[in-house]
Design a protein. Structure first.
Lengths: 326, 329
């Protein structure tokens, strides 16, 4: 019984995000003109999965008490790259996919190297590397264009067995292949520990540098997977500054909604995924209620502001005012 | 051992050199280097007209970076710059459409809108204890949402008032652009506030250790709130000046100012962790960034190359002198 309670306490953020998502999704489908059917789920999944990948990428970095403000730009860069190299016969396409993933991981590794070995503050360092990645994306695609292997793209954006969205399946596979092994490994533990208290982790002999480096690198990799999927959905590469910025912003919103602590050491990528789904559904709620699309940015902004203000409830637990200052 | 020798070396230097921050000195050295490199490209690079023109362009960034510095000194950051700048510009232009009274109140109204957004951010940071990075991202999104609803997604048709244009492009003192005078006045006020008032010293104290500042009897929450409001007002004022310069407001006019503002403050030797930094350094950072941008455009480098160079230069300079000490127990 008490085991069960510990698990519940640990997963509270994730379960809350899941609850918000389910609630929002019920409201969404109940008011959707087409009702609850496989096509609505597929469209929702395709939109949600993009943000879910970026949110996972952000989670890995946030867990180490860092932040990656270049995640949206890695997303753009890999999108532009994929629109060049993920084409041709199956062999060339496979090479292209591998190439895109490697570039994403390299971007993440560069961020990690600058932050960990260069000892720069993650905020400033990733804003600067974000500018570099955006420049590279612009170099690849000065104007929107390009193409992608459409067979692969269609396969990954369609439905499996007539009901299961393939993009959702891909997300589950990625979680099992990337997140689960990482969070259970020594390096994953080290990433959590250094986010919780770097000094204590160092004193305990955890491999904090390698753990953090791996977290940043995998973050880049996940952002690249997001970029690949964007290419599969749109068939083009587009270096749109506003879109990259929006994804960075939304990834932070999703992470916060998903119960991941921005101070590091707490939360999971699963929570962030549900946070991403919830955030997307909230944004789409406006459409089913026939609001003007112009109101969407404001609505998302207000939801974001309210979501981050929820953190203030922790103040009620403060017994000594000095706890205000963390 | 090496520490002791370096201390002795510093002791032997003249007094004015001992007081110099190495970061500020490096930044000024880099400015000189850029000027020399630039003069190879074009002989007009060192002419007074060109330098004054650069100073004028720098003053917009300078005003915005002043607000950013105040926030960074407390160990916080303001990521709401892009849309606060746009909001200031758009609201000032919008007020201008309401007859002579509107035109007279355009500048204060634009700044007031920025102060209001800053107050919301400040309240979140100071009283709700949410990390500033997150709150300001959220207020940025709200400001963007408000402006999108207000303009209908297009650039607004209202144009800047004559007063705004005069402030940004006129020259009260012959040959010295008004924008530079405005920046100098704001800079002087900021130096006075930071070094001669309780508020300024509190800002440094909070940046060093907020807990200690609180225990020393400073109402740290109020100081943080006011600082964010001032930063919002200054960002919006930067937007007002930009609108005067371009004679109208545009949707994404603020996007190009977030990274340069943070870069200018940090390159000027202000610690991103707070508590340390001088306004002189920020001035050096602003001029450095502006010159860098100018040289890249003189070299006719495309936007992509500019972004890449820009990011690399910032990382490289920070690696030179912006590193945090290694954590060892």
């Amino acid at each position: 019984m008490s085991e069960w309670r510990y698990w519940f306490a640990e997963q509270r953020g994730t379960l809350l995000a899941l609850g918000i998502f389910i609630l929002m999704f019920i409201v969404y489908t109940a008011n959707h003109p087409a009702g609850f059917n496989a096509n609505v789920v597929q469209t929702a999944s395709n939109k949600g999965v993009l943000l879910a990948f970026i949110a996972m990428a952000q989670t890995l970095v946030v867990i180490t008490a860092g932040i990656d403000l270049s995640v949206g730009m890695i997303f753009l860069l890999t999108n532009c790259l994929a629109s060049w190299i993920v084409v041709g016969n199956p062999f060339e396409t496979t090479l292209g996919v591998v190439g895109v993933l490697v570039v994403g991981a390299l971007c993440g590794a560069l961020n990690g190297a600058i932050v960990i070995y260069g000892r720069l503050q993650p905020i400033v360092a990733t804003i600067a590397t974000g500018a570099v990645y955006f420049g590279l994306a612009l170099l690849l695609r000065p104007t929107p264009g390009g193409s992608v292997n459409e067979d692969l793209a269609d396969a990954l954006t369609s439905k499996l067995f007539g009901f299961m969205p393939a993009s959702l399946m891909a997300l589950i596979v990625i979680v099992l292949v990337v997140w689960v092994p990482f969070s259970r490994s020594v390096y994953g533990r080290a990433a959590y520990a250094s986010g919780s208290s770097e000094v204590a982790a160092y004193m305990s002999g955890m491999p904090i540098k390698r753990g953090k480096f791996l977290a940043y690198t995998l973050g880049g990799l996940l952002a690249a997977i997001g970029g690949l999927f964007l290419t599969f959905f749109t068939y083009t590469g587009d270096a749109a500054y506003a879109s990259g910025n929006a994804y960075t912003l939304f990834s932070i919103a999703a992470v916060v909604l998903g119960g991941v602590s921005l101070y590091g050491g707490k939360g999971s990528a699963i929570g962030a995924i549900f946070g991403a789904f919830a955030f997307r559904t909230i944004g789409d709620l406006l459409f089913v209620f026939d609001f003007d699309a112009l109101w969407q940015p404001l609505f998302q902004g207000v939801v974001l502001l309210l979501a981050v203000s929820l953190g203030a409830f922790a103040l009620f637990r403060v017994r000594n005012r000095l706890e205000w200052f963390g | 051992m090496t520490d002791m020798t370096s201390v002795r070396f510093v002791d032997r230097m003249p007094k004015f050199m001992r007081r110099l921050d190495p970061a500020v000195t490096t930044a000024f050295a880099c400015i000189l280097l850029l000027l020399i490199v630039g003069s190879f490209y074009s002989t007009s690079f060192l002419s007074p007209e060109y330098l004054l023109q650069q100073l004028k362009v720098a003053s917009f960034l300078g005003v915005i970076a002043t607000g950013m510095m105040l926030v960074v000194l407390m160990g916080q950051i303001d990521l709401s710059v892009p849309w606060v700048v746009s909001t200031g510009a758009m609201m000032a232009c919008a007020a201008a459409a309401y007859g002579p009274i509107g035109a007279a109140l355009a500048i204060p109204f634009g700044v007031l809108c920025g102060v209001l957004i800053g107050l919301v951010s400040g309240f979140g940071v100071a009283y709700l204890r949410i990390p500033s990075m997150i709150v300001t991202l959220a207020t940025n999104a709200v400001a963007q949402g408000l402006m999108v609803v207000y303009t209908g997604g297009f650039s607004p048709q209202d144009s800047a008032t004559p007063a705004m244009r005069w402030l940004a492009t006129g020259a009260l003192i012959p040959a010295v652009p008004n924008a530079v005078v405005v920046w100098a006045l704001i800079g002087a006020a900021m130096v006075f506030i930071l070094t001669r008032t309780t508020f300024g010293r509190s800002v440094y104290a909070i940046g060093n250790r907020e807990r200690a500042a609180y225990l020393s009897g400073i109402d740290t929450r109020r100081v943080v709130l006011i600082a964010f409001a001032v930063a919002g007002g200054l960002s919006a004022f930067g937007g007002v000046l930009l609108a005067g310069y371009a004679s109208k407001a545009a949707q994404s006019m603020g996007d190009a100012y977030l990274l340069p503002a943070i870069a200018a403050v940090v390159l000027g030797g202000t610690s991103i962790l707070g508590g340390r930094g001088s306004y002189l350094g920020t001035v050096a950072g602003v001029i450095l960034i502006t010159l860098l941008q100018s040289i890249l455009s003189v070299m006719q480098m495309p936007e992509a190359g500019r972004q890449i160079t820009y990011g690399i230069v910032i990382v490289a300079m920070l690696l030179l002198y912006g590193r945090t000490p290694a954590s060892r127990g």
